[in-house]
Ligand binder design. Structure first.
Ligand SMILES: NC(=O)c1ccc[n+]([C@@H]2O[C@H](COP(=O)([O-])OP(=O)(O)OC[C@H]3O[C@@H](n4cnc5c(N)ncnc54)[C@H](O)[C@@H]3O)[C@@H](O)[C@H]2O)c1
Length: 389
């Protein structure tokens, strides 16, 4: 369905759209980027030039390649210029109504064979597709930020999407050097669902006063091997983004308590303390600010790591149990999409399913909250003394 000559259209020239355009143009496709905001288009074009120049200076690409990429991308201010595209990837504002309008408009402009994809992080692909007469060519192609660097791409067929379109999109994005996983169209897909406890359990431990934020971050990095601690990561992502993803996942799962957002994080958002980008989030990033020290105690670290890691494993197991993705794809998604040190299901096998079930049962018994309910798949594996692999 797609070849090197396939023309790629991008709608939205913000952080994601411009990154995806660079990836596609680097893979030698002719790319047309449309945005309804002239400033955003100009900024994207400038950023692209700067980023390619840096790659040349670091000798990551040759000058010839730089010129080739630049000549492959055209920035346009009319949607109709995308009419000849074979694949259009939408990366505009995360608003269902706005996306539906754009899909219904673009469908009328392109060829019948053109595939229409959305880069949505949290909206239903099926719902966006329903705005089109031919929903079987609408699919989710979810890149991670920054799209040029993050290897993972989640491919999300909606309820109406044809299998051959899913396969063709997977093959195309693989040919761009990305690692693709297939996910069912459910809130948060794989990564944004499975990762929730990394933040929420850390927040819960902090809110209960079990440990301060630097201690939780220290334990997750030094003891569990994660690249960043939960509070550092939330501050980096920004609470406007991270809190909203949590709230959206929780709302879309009909307020399932295991996805419930934290009041502490909501207050930061209300205060405008969005994280590193505003100089203050959970931590203070202003000059001369005094940072609390972690309590480097092995017992506290064990409590923290067990709670957060076992809750992550529980969510990975539930994602497999509910057939959202294969075990291999769930593990790949977490290592390639958010840099986890190991796939969670493989990690579960290494640690022992019996230990995980025992600890989660203790949490559930103590708190008597549905938040700590154990995935039926973990229980089954425990009873049958089975591993994931
Ligand atoms: N930023 C991330 O970390 C990230 C990661 C994965 C997926 N996403 C998803 O990608 C999409 C884009 O996110 P972003 O961070 O690049 O946003 P952004 O705000 O950086 O860029 C959005 C761009 O879309 C343009 N736009 C808005 N409405 C438009 C319309 N009707 N027609 C044409 N252009 C329009 C804006 O002018 C802007 O340039 C969202 O759906 C988001 O959920 C974001």
């Amino acid at each position: 369905m797609f070849t090197k000559n396939s023309r790629i259209g991008i709608i939205g020239s913000g952080a994601m759209g411009s990154g995806i355009a660079q990836v596609a143009a680097t893979a030698s496709h002719s790319v047309i980027v449309y945005d309804n905001n002239q400033n955003s288009l100009a900024k994207a074009e400038n950023n692209l030039k700067t980023s390619l120049q840096k790659l040349v200076e670091k000798q990551k690409i040759s000058q010839n390649k730089q010129s080739e990429i630049l000549s492959n991308i055209n920035f346009v201010s009319s949607l109709s210029e995308l009419s000849n595209c074979d694949l259009v990837i939408e990366a505009i504002v995360e608003n269902l109504l706005v996306k539906k309008n754009v899909f219904s408009e673009i469908e009328k402009l392109v060829k019948d064979t053109c595939v229409l994809a959305t880069n949505t992080s949290s909206l239903s692909v099926t719902s966006i597709g329903a705005a089109c007469t031919n929903a079987n060519r609408v699919i989710g192609i979810h890149f991670f930020n920054p799209a040029t660097l993050m290897p993972l791409v989640e491919i999300i067929p909606g309820v109406a999407t044809s299998l051959n379109i899913t396969t063709a999109c997977k093959n195309l994005i693989d040919s761009w050097g990305k690692v693709t996983v297939i996910a069912k169209d459910t809130p948060g897909f794989i990564v944004n669902r499975v990762a929730r406890p990394f933040y929420s359990e850390a927040l819960r431990i902090y809110e209960e006063g079990i440990a301060n934020m630097p201690t939780i971050d220290w334990a997750m990095k030094e003891v569990a091997g994660f690249k960043m601690g939960p509070f550092e990561l939330m501050d980096l992502i920004g609470h406007d983004v991270n809190y909203i993803v949590t709230e959206t996942v929780w709302t879309q799962f009909y307020f399932d308590p295991k996805f419930k957002p934290s009041i502490s994080q909501k207050r930061l958002l209300e205060a405008g303390f969005l994280g590193k980008k505003t100089g203050r989030g959970f931590y203070d990033y202003t000059e001369n600010s005094i940072k609390e020290e972690p309590t480097k105690n092995a017992d506290i670290a064990k409590t923290i790591v067990k709670r957060i890691l076992f809750m992550l494993i529980n969510e990975a197991a539930d994602t497999l149990y509910l057939n959202i993705a294969s075990k291999e794809d769930i593990d790949l998604a977490m290592t390639k999409g958010v840099n986890y040190p190991k796939g969670l299901l493989r990690w579960a096998d290494e640690l022992g399913i019996d230990l995980i079930v025992k600890e989660l049962t203790a949490l559930k018994d103590f708190y008597e909250e549905d938040r700590y309910r154990i995935s039926p798949l973990l229980k089954q594996h425990f009873i049958m003394k089975k591993n994931f692999y």
